[in-house]
Design a protein around this ligand. Structure first.
Ligand code: JFZ
Length: 421
């Protein structure tokens, strides 16, 4: 209870409910795809023969690469295998409802056609096209919500941007000037040239007071009032809450929120990182996050040629196959009202409790404790086969001895009449 109170207080401080903005689509979505793609993808975790591990998108910082040298990477960056339709199709096949991609990460390189800077994929790389435009179109065609990640403060390419203290003197930086000259104009480009953006995913705030952040947020929301801004815009001004990386709250949290995970150990592509989560792990993670009332946004890191790694494709497609059968227990659900059990977690819809069984009970008897409502029926979600069950005071004991196990998460449904909460 104490943990729950602490989490709720944190929620109140970090996000303000914006009644006029539609949060329902976001709460219903449950599964998003995050994509980190930039010049770091071309470096693939290596610089001058030395390998780096973890957060490949931080390589410029890790190796303290001078701006002038880093600019040369753009000349080699030519993602000729990039296929917006294939990426959007993968997202659709995976059962993903929204996509957020890095329009500009900390390296400062615009992955879109920006007039504000010369350091862009169109002007500085041989590719010369705008992949963000193609992705905005490809996702729209498939009814997948689309949004941009934009590193508003950290920009290692700019004298006055946040973070680069190996080329530039931190004491001489004028962050206001950087915001005026680059971050704000680029955000305005993104909010006006790519159709409706469902999300602007800000990251690592800095250099602005609360009042300045408020006016930044207001001026950007004026361009697209329905666009949701992530809580990392800072000063508690986001529309929904993002937890720390790879973090799921221990108890259900109210409001709109998201947990972000990356598929392996890095956000940006690293050639020597093969530590991918299997589809089973992704499915359990998705169910676990949904059981607390939130969304999972899972990241993939395409390579410098524009290919999504083989294992990301494979495991995402397998996740999608599970969702075709079991999606009803994930999308548009709320947190389960039975807390996590040794066998798994729960999600809910009016009149239905979904049991996500990760570990089938050895003796074939599944115990659902503390269920006060009258139960109408219990069945397996796949195939709808009804199961026999017994009541023991406030417990339900379900006979699973004849049930077939699904990979990673076998879902059972308890249909009940009165309100259990
Ligand atoms: C940031 C970035 O620095 C990183 O490269 C990546 O894009 C990630 C998604 O976001 O890193 C953070 C930012 C905030 C927290 C952790 C990592 N946090 O609040 O715990």
């Amino acid at each position: 209870a104490q943990a729950q109170q602490a989490m709720e207080n944190m929620w109140d401080k970090t996000s303000v409910a914006k009644e006029h903005r539609d949060l329902q689509w976001f709460k219903d979505a449950r599964f998003g795809l995050f994509i980190h793609w930039g010049l770091y993808s071309q470096l693939a975790g290596s610089w001058k023969g030395k390998r780096y591990y973890g957060s490949g998108e931080w390589i410029m910082h890790q190796a303290k690469i001078p701006v002038k040298e880093y600019e040369q990477v753009a000349k080699e960056f030519n993602p000729t295998d990039f296929n917006a339709d294939a990426w959007a199709q993968l997202a659709e096949d995976a059962g993903i409802k929204y996509m957020v991609i890095t329009a500009k990460h900390h390296e400062g390189f615009a992955m879109y056609d920006s007039r504000v800077s010369d350091f862009t994929i169109v002007k500085a790389s041989p590719f010369k096209k705008d992949p963000m435009k193609a992705l905005a179109d490809a996702t729209r065609k498939r009814n997948i919500r689309f949004g941009f990640y934009y590193s508003q403060f950290v920009d290692w390419h700019e004298t006055n941007g946040g973070g680069n203290e190996w080329d530039f003197d931190a004491n001489k930086k004028n962050y206001q000037l950087y915001y005026q000259q680059k971050a704000i104009p680029q955000l305005k480009e993104l909010l006006t040239q790519y159709g409706p953006l469902s999300i602007v995913w800000f990251d690592l705030p800095g250099g602005l007071s609360k009042a300045e952040t408020q006016s930044l947020v207001d001026s950007l929301h004026a361009l697209q009032p329905q666009s949701l801004f992530s809580s990392r815009v800072g000063q508690g001004l986001g529309d929904y809450k993002d937890f720390g990386d790879s973090e799921v709250p221990p108890v259900p949290i109210k409001g709109a929120w998201e947990s972000i995970y990356t598929h392996n150990d890095s956000w940006g592509y690293i050639e020597h990182d093969m530590n991918f989560k299997t589809s089973g792990e992704i499915i359990q993670l998705l169910a676990n996050v949904a059981s607390k009332g939130g969304n999972l946004m899972l990241n993939v890191g395409p390579d410098g040629k524009g290919n999504i790694p083989y294992y990301s494709k494979k495991y995402l497609e397998e996740t999608g196959k599970w969702l075709v059968v079991n999606g009803e227990s994930i999308y548009s659900t709320t947190a389960g009202f039975i807390p996590a059990q040794p066998w798994g977690v729960t999600t809910a819809k009016p009149g239905k409790l979904f049991l996500h069984v990760f570990n089938m009970p050895q003796n074939g008897k599944l115990l659902v404790p503390g269920f006060r409502s009258g139960v109408d029926k219990v069945y397996a979600l796949a195939g709808k086969k009804q199961l026999s069950f017994k009541r023991r005071e406030n417990d339900i004991i379900i006979d699973l001895s004849a049930s077939t196990k699904a990979p990673a998460d076998t879902v059972f449904v308890v249909e009940y009449t009165d309100d259990n909460k």
